[in-house]
Design a protein around this ligand. Structure first.
Ligand SMILES: [Zn+2]
Ligand SMILES: [Zn+2]
Length: 258
């Protein structure tokens, strides 16, 4: 599996980081974890065949995690119409309220009527997630738990023999820590330095504590606000000490081979 960090930052861009989106390249196709601003542009830059993406996991409805969803759906429908591609269903997972969110976006805002004969949702399957297993196949599983962040969920994904947890945005949360037991890879937000806590987010010191409990083989810290940039070196050192595993504090477009 390859993990391509499309957006490792927040809604405030820095030189190396912006938005929230991570692409998992797996034997089952591409899985997007969040689809924040700039996602499609970054997929274009890596020349990804967009037909590859057949699952999108949305952690919550903040705009830095979902803003490229509408253009993605239109792009997909238009390619299908003009080139006859995208025959497969795309599965979109999101927290409770996903159905209403899509309805509000596409129907109430009239985007759907302006798209005329593009049947954007024809091959889109929506899955509302909260607490429990939401997809289970032989070699593939998705589980979610609610986390302390504006109707957010965190996901645990098992694919290609690897177990991965993605926090989305969250305060330190016991439910996530329990779900992440024995996980191989933890992708966790680290929005701000301790002493400069922002909203319902996790600080660098809090992440070190979380990692010392979970001890994943690989920890990937994402969702860095600009305030975190000067702490990256110390964050890496502390995470290394706490986990004993591999530590990444990636920039946008970094690729991690697993
Ligand atoms: Zn958020
Ligand atoms: Zn966010």
């Amino acid at each position: 599996m390859r993990i391509i960090i499309l957006g490792a930052g927040s809604i405030i861009p820095t030189k190396d980081r912006f938005g929230s989106s991570i692409l998992l390249e797996t034997s089952l196709g591409g899985i997007l974890l969040d689809i924040g601003p700039g996602t499609i542009e970054k997929l274009r830059r890596i020349r990804l065949n967009l037909e590859m993406i057949n699952k999108i996991l949305i952690t919550h409805f903040h705009i830095d995690h979902v803003s490229d969803l509408l253009p993605f759906l239109k792009m997909r429908a238009l390619i299908r119409k003009t080139r006859g591609k995208f025959k497969d269903i795309i599965d979109i997972y999101g927290p409770k309220g996903l159905n209403d969110f899509i309805e509000d976006l596409l129907v109430k805002n009239r985007f759907l009527s302006y798209l005329m004969d593009l049947d954007v949702l024809r091959d889109v399957q929506l899955h509302e997630c909260w607490d429990g297993v939401v997809a289970a196949e032989k070699e593939f599983e998705i589980r979610s738990v609610p986390v302390e962040h504006f109707n957010g969920v965190a996901y645990r994904i098992r694919v290609d023999g690897v177990d991965l947890v993605y926090s989305g945005d969250t305060m330190p949360d016991e439910r996530l820590i329990r779900m992440a037991e024995n996980v191989d890879i933890l992708i966790h937000e680290c929005s701000c330095p301790s002493g400069r806590k922002l909203g319902k987010h996790t600080t660098d010191e809090e992440l070190v504590e979380i990692v010392s409990m979970i001890k994943p083989k690989i920890i990937i810290a994402v969702h860095l606000y600009p305030e975190m940039e000067e702490r990256i070196r110390s964050l890496k050192e502390s995470l290394k000490k706490a986990s004993g595993g591999l530590v990444y504090v990636p920039s946008d477009m970094d690729v991690i081979e697993v």
